[in-house]
Design a protein around this ligand. Structure first.
Ligand SMILES: [Zn+2]
Length: 331
């Protein structure tokens, strides 16, 4: 069978196909997990399988339902897209109207909301009304990155499908995508926070996440890091400030794991992979105190917030942060 979903989503997909085959399809599904892991793609495949007329191997890609959907002309399918980063109440009213019409072809009428966490307050309220009186044969598929942004009243009315951060299968997939050795793939995946789709996007120019990791390690182990501080700040400052501050935060998190999580053999996924795959900078002192790393981590979280709010000069924020890094690591 050709791959409809990514290798690390196999368990969720098999579960879903069993539900579908048994005609135990809920009126609302909530798919949740991190960005860059292919959850929206999973949601789209799930919608296609609902509208496919084939008996097996849904979605088949060949039947009338599949072809209508592929040409974006399926009358039983509605995709709700955020406008200017927000889903507004008028769009959710359209969704309610859509469900009030009769089905044309199959057993289901399907609405897909790939960015459910961008609904504004009024839109969420309006969706709640639809969920309270679910339409016959209507299925709403929501995808959400930040569950907390969705009202509990909506969450409780949905069947949840959770996607934990992927592990070994994603590293294998990444190795295939970028023609990498297994070890390189694991390292790259870890550097991208276990988000395989992000890790697979090659940056053709500028600073790549891996290059950043190496430059940071080099800088920290340099004989005179302070002399290079301005140079390195200047180069990194060409990237968006929130991105660089986030990368610095991830580096710290990996160091904390690498220093204090020793039983990496057991979990093949999550933090253990991140810890074992991403080598800490060579000079990271074995006795670097947990407290000083924690303190630096706390300050780095603050710098991420400052970078997001754009309230400080990014170059200044970066240089003062690197000065703190230097102090911590030169002890
Ligand atoms: Zn089909």
């Amino acid at each position: 069978m050709s791959e409809v979903v990514y290798a690390w989503q196999r368990a969720q997909w098999d579960n879903w196909l069993r539900m579908l085959a048994a005609a135990r399809v809920p009126n609302a599904l909530l798919l949740s997990g991190q960005d860059g892991c292919g959850i929206e793609e999973f949601g789209s495949a799930l919608c296609r399988s609902l509208l496919c007329h084939s008996e097996k191997d849904k979605p088949c890609g060949r039947c009338k339902g599949c072809r209508l959907l592929a040409s974006e002309n399926h009358p039983d399918y509605l995709r709700v897209v955020a406008e200017k980063k927000e889903i507004k109440v008028a769009q959710i009213r359209e969704l309610a109207d859509f469900f009030s019409l009769n089905r044309h072809y199959g057993n289901y009428r399907v609405a897909f909301v790939p960015r459910a966490d961008s609904m504004n307050y009024a839109a969420a309220n309006s969706l709640l009304k639809t969920l309270e009186e679910p339409p016959d044969g209507g299925v709403i598929v929501l995808v959400c990155r930040r569950l907390a942004k969705l009202p509990a009243t909506i969450r409780s009315r949905c069947r949840k499908i959770r996607f934990p951060l992927p592990g070994a299968e994603a590293a294998e997939w990444l190795a295939g995508q970028l023609s990498l050795e297994p070890e390189q793939a694991r390292r790259r995946l870890a550097l991208f926070g276990l988000r395989p789709l992000e890790a697979a996007q090659k940056t053709e120019k500028g600073l790549d996440r891996e290059k950043f990791h190496d430059e940071l390690a080099q800088w920290l182990s340099a004989k005179a890091p302070l002399a290079d501080l301005s140079d390195i700040a200047e180069r990194w400052n060409e990237q968006p400030s929130p991105l660089i501050q986030q990368w610095l935060l991830e580096e710290l998190q990996m160091m904390i794991h690498a220093a204090f999580v020793h039983d990496a053999e057991h979990g093949a996924s999550g933090a253990a992979v991140a810890a074992s795959a991403a080598n800490p900078p060579a000079n990271q002192p074995a006795n670097l105190q947990f407290e000083s790393l924690q303190r630096l981590h706390g300050r780095q979280v603050q710098r991420c917030r400052l970078a997001d709010s754009n309230s400080l000069n990014p170059r200044l924020l970066l240089e003062s942060g690197l000065l703190e890094w230097h102090k911590t690591f030169s002890r």
